[in-house]
Design a protein around this ligand. Structure first.
Ligand SMILES: *Cc1c(COP(=O)(O)O)cnc(C)c1O
Length: 225
């Protein structure tokens, strides 16, 4: 199926749900992104700063760009002028730098806290206690150019439905706990970013509001290019 057909398929899948599609375009050429754009897709996700900024410059300016990969503090300045949401916030130090750069551009930066839900060792993220410590800190309260809009998680790469549901529920529960404790009076804290090509259906059933789908839209990625 073509990229345009895949976008139409996902629009159909998500109709009537509270879930948005983030088209993950990492490693894909601008032509493929434009094909998705022509089919009506406006939200795209990238995981590398350099690739994201190059695509931002080349592509239509009404695209909403989400950074979904690990972000180093020294690279925040490159995405600060335009990125819609940074989904991969996993430290106070990173948030402080995002705040500083957002201030320079007179922006309030949307961020998701990346929460560790997988069994695998190597994934980035905070556990719930660390997220609480961050949100409770005086330093965090002084960051006026940051808007935390929700949480993001990357599930274990497994075909076990039981395991995936367990991890998605952990993230949903974390979202609800943080909402009650720190965001009960905020309409902005509403996003649960979870689910990818292989497990988005389960993620939606478990309450996802953003699925991040790459290969099911664009086909397999070619990392050697
Ligand atoms: C690449 C990536 C995705 C999309 O993965 P697919 O399996 O191609 O859908 C989703 N989330 C993150 C954080 C990614 O890096």
């Amino acid at each position: 199926m073509s990229v345009a057909e895949n976008i139409a398929h996902f629009q159909e899948e998500l109709r009537g749900t509270n879930c948005k599609l983030i088209a993950v375009s990492k490693t894909q050429p601008n032509e493929a992104i434009l094909e998705a754009y022509e089919a009506g897709q406006r939200i795209f996700g990238e995981n590398k700063v350099q690739e994201l900024t190059a695509k931002y410059e080349a592509l239509p300016k009404d695209i909403e760009w989400h950074l979904i990969g690990h972000l180093q503090t020294n690279k925040v300045k490159y995405v600060a002028p335009f990125v819609h949401t940074i989904q991969s916030v996993d430290s106070l130090k990173l948030l402080q730098e995002i705040n500083k750069q957002a201030q320079k551009h007179n922006r309030v930066q949307n961020c998701l806290l990346q929460i560790y839900i997988a069994e695998e060792e190597s994934k980035f993220g905070l556990d719930q206690q660390e997220a609480i410590a961050l949100l409770a800190s005086e330093e965090f309260k002084s960051l006026l150019n940051i808007q935390i809009t929700g949480v993001m998680g990357i599930a274990t790469n497994t075909s076990s439905e039981t395991q995936l549901r367990k991890e998605f529920r952990t993230l949903k529960k974390c979202f609800e706990d943080l909402k009650v404790k720190y965001f009960f009076d905020s309409d902005h804290f509403k996003e649960i970013s979870m689910g990818m090509s292989s497990d988005f259906k389960l993620a939606i059933e478990e309450g996802s509001t953003m699925v991040r789908v790459g290969s099911s839209i664009f086909g397999a990625r070619n990392y050697s290019k």
